[in-house]
Design a protein around this ligand. Sequence first.
Ligand SMILES: *Cc1c(COP(=O)(O)O)cnc(C)c1O
Length: 403
Amino acid sequence: MEPLNTWRDDTRLTHGGRDPASHGGTVNTPVYRSSTFIWPSAETLPRYLRQADDPHLREHIYGRNGNPTTAAFEDAVAALEGGFRSLVMPSGLAAIAGTLLALVRGGDHVLVTDNCYGHARQVFDRVMREMGVEVSYFPPLLGADIAALMRPNTRLVYAEAPGSNTFEVQDIPALARAAHAGGALLVMDNTWATPLFFKPFVHGVDVSIQAATKYLVGHSDAMLGVITTTEALYSQVRDRVRLLGYIASADDAYLGLRGLRTLGVRLRQHQRSALAVARWLARRPEVLKVLHPALPDCPGHALFERDFLGASGLFGVVLRPIPEVALHAFLDSLRLFAQGASWGGFESLIRIAHGQRAFPDGLPPGHLLRLHVGLEAVDDLLADLDQAFAQARARHPDTDTQP
Ligand SMILES: *Cc1c(COP(=O)(O)O)cnc(C)c1O
């Protein structure tokens, strides 16, 4: 077989993390449910333990350090991200917390994008601050000017592009240059684009985080996270997250692997459908603003055009101010857009978005909603939104005219 790193992404998605010859010829890497691995003799244990320190060798010793299923998922993701190796984690949030606990100590300073995922913010505000870490938030569009915020003890810059809820796209290469010039690391949450649509290590990222719960698993049926690092950081991060007891089950890693097989076709369809819905919404009288990185209105759109290879299915929309009963009538009468947490599955979702912090000119006053456009027929989704707007209008006739 050709080395994974010379293939194009669609081939990596098809063949990564699979080795039928090692598994009785079966196409898929099986689920290895295992706590205990039997070693062949007394003299092998010390050798196994030594190998556990070598990132190139992986004898499986104990389930908490992984098993052949989790290792296959890690290999497949690392090749897509373009990093050295990946570490499977029990959730996206565990990947965030584990990365920070591996790299940051009391007395360090961290710079965090103001539009980061809400629970990441809580890790910074509660766990990191309690540890004696200095936490400062920076405006997401700051770019190279972040250099002015660097302190002698700045250990890392934490980025997310586009950011949660408000979708500003960050200048990742500029953040990487400034961080590295100040002796700091750049950590990025790459969940929105997935490694298919943004190549973090090409743009200077040191640690890339995926909430694999979203697009990688892709079917809303498992919690999973992945950390991918450069070679320089791998051992440090692996030792710490495994010492903290973070591991994912073989069943969930299997679902991650199975999700990867269709990630390319799913993501291209999410992209196409979400753009169609976003453009349709942008023309609606009820809508003040659509926040989709591929549309010129979105802050950081030029950076999206420069650095990203595509857009996924998640974006924001600001509705004109209407009474809550009309807003709830709109949401509750949708039949295809369900209201729920998470995103990245095959199904469409909508929710009121909270916690938006930074926006260059301020968001227009209205209702910020977050949509995930699933794999349903676009015309059915548009008809669903259309009839829900009619329900809102029935509750409040000025839905599309009030300033
Ligand atoms: C959902 C999400 C996470 C957390 O992932 P979980 O698997 O839910 O813990 C992290 N980052 C972003 C951007 C997310 O949307």
